[in-house]
Every structure is written in C-alpha cells, then in structure tokens.
Design a protein around this ligand. Sequence first.
Ligand code: PEP
Length: 265
Amino acid sequence: MKTSSRTAIIAGNWKMNYGPKEAASFAQEIVPELGKVVHHAHHVLCILCPPAISLAAVRDVLAAAAHPHIELGAQNMYFEEKGAFTGEISPGMVRELCNSVILGHSERRTYFGENDAMVNKKAHAALRHGLRPIVCIGENEHEHEAGQTKQIIHSQVRHSLANFTADQVNKVVIAYEPIWAIGTGNAATAEGAGKVIALIRQSYGEMYGPEAAQTLRILYGGSVTSSNIGEFLVHPDIDGALVGGASIKPDFVEIVRKTLATIGQ
Ligand code: PEP
C-alpha cells in the first residue's frame, strides 16, 4: 500500500474504437461497475476518452450515472478557437463535454506530425479553457536502445510543457509512455518507468520549482493491464496510468479496482 497526497488517475484511451452506439453500450456496461468500485474512494479519478464522435454518447451515460470520480476526456483537439480547420475540434467544443484532453499521444506525433511546439500550444489552449491537459511524452525503441531516453525526455518536457503560469503548473498531468511499450504487451518494468518518471519530475521542478514538481501527477502508459497495474502504482513517483488496449475491455474496471487496493482505499 502506498500513501500519496496526489490523487491517482486511471485514464482510458479508447483510440479509434467504438462509434457512438458501441461507445454508449460499452459505457453502460462499465460505468455502473466503475461506480461501485470508486464509490467511497476519494483519491482516484477515472477518465474515459472515447473517439471525438462518441463523446456525446458517453457523456449521456456519465450524466445519468452522475459519479464525481468518473469523467470524460477527449483524445486530441486543435489549439485554435474556431475557423477554417476542416476536421478539427476546438478547445471550447471539447470543454462543452469534457474535463480533460489527451495531448501529444505518440500516435498523433508519429502519424499526424505533431511536435513539441504544437503540443505546447495545445496544452496552453486547454488550460485557457479549463481543460486538464494529459500531455504524453516518451522515447521510441531506437532511442531507448541507444541510451538516449534521458535526453529525449528532458527535451520533450522542456518544449511540450513550456511557459506555464504559476496558476497553470499544477493543472497539468503528464503521461510517460515509452513508445516501444505501447500496444506491444511488452510493458516497461515499474523500476524502469519509475526512474524515468522521477527524471520527469526533476525536469519539471527545474522549470517550475519544487512545489510544482511535488504536485505534478505523472502517469505511466504502455501495455498496462489488471495484472501489472499494482506493480506500477507502488512506485512512489507513479500516480496512475494511461491505458490503451485494456481500456476498451471490462479489464478496465479490474485495473481501477487494483488501483484502489494498491493505494489503500
Ligand atoms: C496508449 O495508447 O496510450 C497505450 C498506453 O496503449 P496500450 O495500453 O494498449 O499499450
């Protein structure tokens, strides 16, 4: 069991799975179960992140359940307020339905050309609109094997998370997702992830001071399941998980149950 003043976050990134009908029916399946698990828990927050087109459908299920510890998040958004940006959704639109938004996921960076400067603009836009940005960073396999993780991570923190005001620094969540661990079944070890996460905390502290570093929530992501979540959460620097594949299965409820068992709720 671990004790931490930082509320744990378990976020589910559904990726491009479940259109409105399927999303509503999956949400109807898991939300009541999640509700039972987190009912008396004050130190955990679950965030469901369906595709943009399914946000409203899942919002309806969550509104009916009205559970304060289960929220809705988007998987991406653009940083501009409105206008001729075909196919994009704005921070204001996301804020109508969501409390959080995942930004800079490695799939966005790899397939859609997002870089740290864009992610930083998006994080600022999210904060301006009262959204909680969950900013993803992580090294790829080549960088990992070449021993470059430390430099890559340091640079991503410096650039993706630049120029926040004192008011904003505590509202940001980081997800450390080593790219080689995403969707591979080959999760990082808790010790390995914990070491990188401690470095992230240190870099954030160099930018914004020790108190901001202490308050910052940092999640691990990469092949998390109910079988390994406990190992990650016992690490003092790991504050939760960003879950991909397992978040579109009933195992997500089990992950949250194990989280509570690990943090002692
Ligand atoms: C993710 O996409 O953020 C992720 C961590 O995926 P998975 O859990 O499937 O590795």
